[in-house]
Design a protein around this ligand. Structure first.
Ligand code: PEP
Ligand code: MN
Length: 341
């Protein structure tokens, strides 16, 4: 059940509602969606009597929603959410282009690459300092030193930074260095961790689990929202299917499906989805044509020498050409709004 609070409701009235929910033995999940406050109400088992809550002065409406992910759904908010990350909007009118190496490897390489990416159209820098590698013997990332390098690249360029957090330690370190925290595909189902990430209050870049249905993906987003954090960006990065010509199968049909179901922005990562640099540009173009709010692209100054994901990394030159094409496609899509709800 959801309580929609009156727009002009005072802080004291809001606190009264939360207190009443708690006094009734229920759990309150307050979150602010744009300019209105909403409180999700749940209980471990059994029905909830809305009567006493509906009567409180701060409450405008009690809604019982159909969807299992009420806060993420368009039932509660029809207008699309735009998440601001260090001054860059994801989900606004402009396409958000996020680019950078798979892993942070070296400071001067990163700073030079960030500057080059920015001059060729990137809005935000990505780079992993903590890498979730399939093999424990593969390069695991530079950890805190990598975060410091990202912070220096941000200082040098002004570009906001998104980086993956794997666990409590990397989360504690990343909050001081990044502008958006990435939860990777492998952690999408780690619900206790999602709550911890959400409670930082920082924007969260939530990747779809490699076998997650749309409902599971949106329920993971609901964990973030119901923990009080409305700054959620979804990312499609490919799912595992019988198809084996690609690293994963990029599920582009999830873009219109997400836009129908949810107000949250959706970004596409064609790099991890395809696993091969030649396939990244066509799938990135298709993603933008299908209505993605942004793309995340891996770029390396020398892909053959990359410490991780070199085969799927673009050179700066191919990124530059792609970014130009993506802006043109985004403008075309925006000029035909009926194609994208
Ligand atoms: C990444 O973006 O660096 C990454 C590891 O992605 P995913 O979680 O989608 O595999
Ligand atoms: Mn990678």
């Amino acid at each position: 059940m959801l309580l929609i609070l009156r727009r002009e409701c005072t802080v004291a009235e809001r606190e009264e509602v939360v207190q009443r929910v708690v006094d009734m033995g229920l759990i309150a999940h307050p979150v602010r969606l744009d300019d209105h406050h909403v409180i999700g109400v749940s209980r471990d088992a059994g029905p909830i009597d809305p009567g006493p809550l509906a009567a409180l002065p701060g409450v405008e409406q009690v809604m019982s929603l159909e969807r299992p992910y009420p806060l993420a759904s368009r039932e509660i908010k029809a207008a699309r959410t735009s998440v601001s990350v260090g001054g860059v909007s994801v989900g606004g009118p402009d396409l958000a282009i996020i680019a950078g190496p798979c892993a942070v490897e070296d400071e001067s390489m990163l700073v030079d690459l960030a500057a080059a990416l920015q001059s060729h159209g990137a809005d935000m820098l990505r780079g992993g300092a903590y890498k979730p590698r399939s093999s424990p013997y593969s390069f695991q990332g530079l950890g805190i030193r990598g975060l410091e390098m990202l912070a220096r690249a941000r200082e040098a360029t002004g570009m906001p930074v998104v980086t993956e957090v794997l666990d409590e330690d990397s989360l504690a370190a990343a909050v001081d260095h990044a502008d958006m925290l990435q939860v990777g595909a492998r952690n999408m189902h780690n619900y206790a961790f999602l709550r911890k990430v959400a409670r930082t209050g920082m924007p969260v870049f939530l990747k779809r689990g490699m076998s997650a249905s749309l409902e599971e993906f949106l329920l993971a987003a609901e964990y973030l929202l119901s923990s009080g954090n409305p700054e959620v960006v979804l990312c499609e990065r490919g799912v595992r299917t019988f198809s084996n010509h690609s690293r994963f199968t990029l599920d582009l049909s999830v873009i219109p499906a997400v836009r129908e179901e949810s107000h949250l922005p959706i970004v596409v990562d064609p790099s991890h989805a395809t696993g091969l640099s030649l396939r990244v540009p066509p799938m990135a173009r298709a993603a933008v044509a299908a209505g993605a709010d942004g793309v995340m692209i891996e770029v390396h100054p020398d892909p053959a020498a990359a410490l991780s994901d070199g085969q799927q990394s673009l050179t700066v030159a191919s990124f530059s050409e792609l970014a130009r094409q993506l802006r043109a496609i985004a403008a075309l899509v925006a000029s035909r709004p009926e194609t994208v709800p």
